[in-house]
Design a protein around this ligand. Structure first.
Ligand code: IMP
Length: 207
């Protein structure tokens, strides 16, 4: 597989500020020069696929072909067992046009209430992250990571982003919203997908 060398300019094909921050933190130790799709004026393609992997690939290929640079994209979301895997690929949409995640978390809590899923130790859920690396000629690869846990209500903590304040990873006592970002990076779905991406595609200094 073609590899990324230190100093390579890499487009981070996301317009989500929380993800951009986390991906920039993950990429930085490898000497890659990360630049966001937004700062290059690249449009945000519509996510028309039905899987995380499909949407990640669509975003990475669009950014790589438009910019002429390798591009890394992330498609991710929260899957809740008692809701049949929802919100899944629609995780961002549950926050509405204003991207209000207190609204999205309230909807999760209400739907779990209706499903009678709050009894017991907390509903099972996982975050999934599909990362795609695409080259300007259209070659693309997918790396997928998951983290499993339970949901809590009310939400706890104001760190992280999205659904972090209501997600408690297995074996942890702090939600992703309460954790130090470095502790989240050590176990998150994004970090797991990122480790697979680094193994396959990145040359350079290990952190
Ligand atoms: P998309 O991949 O841009 O369609 O959006 C994924 C959505 O999933 C985000 O807007 C968040 O709501 C949610 N999500 C993905 N990763 C995380 C995470 O690490 N913490 C909390 N929420 C996340």
């Amino acid at each position: 597989m073609r590899r990324l060398l230190p100093g390579t300019r890499l487009v981070v094909a996301s317009h989500n500020p929380g993800k951009l921050r986390e991906i920039a933190d993950l990429v930085q130790p490898y000497g890659l020069d990360a630049v966001s799709a937004g700062s290059l004026g690249l449009p945000e393609p519509e996510e028309t696929e039905t899987t995380f992997a499909g949407n990640a690939q669509l975003k990475a290929v669009a950014a790589a072909t438009a910019s002429g640079l390798p591009a890394l994209s992330d498609d991710s979301g929260l899957e809740i067992e008692a809701l049949g895997g929802r919100p899944g690929i629609h995780s961002a949409r549950w926050a509405g046009p204003g991207r209000d995640f207190s609204l999205a978390m309230q909807r999760v809590a209400d739907e779990l209430e209706t499903a009678g899923a709050w009894s017991g130790p907390g509903p099972r859920a996982n975050f999934t992250c599909a990362l795609s690396l695409a080259w300007p000629d259209g070659e693309a690869h997918i790396f997928e990571g998951k983290v499993f846990g339970r949901l809590v209500w009310p939400p706890r903590g104001d760190r992280g982003f999205g659904y972090d304040p209501m997600f408690l990873a297995d074996g942890e006592s702090l939600t992703f919203g309460e954790m130090d970002p470095a502790d989240k990076h050590a176990i998150s779905h994004r970090a797991r997908a990122f480790a697979l991406f680094v193994d396959a595609c990145v040359d350079g200094r290990q952190p």
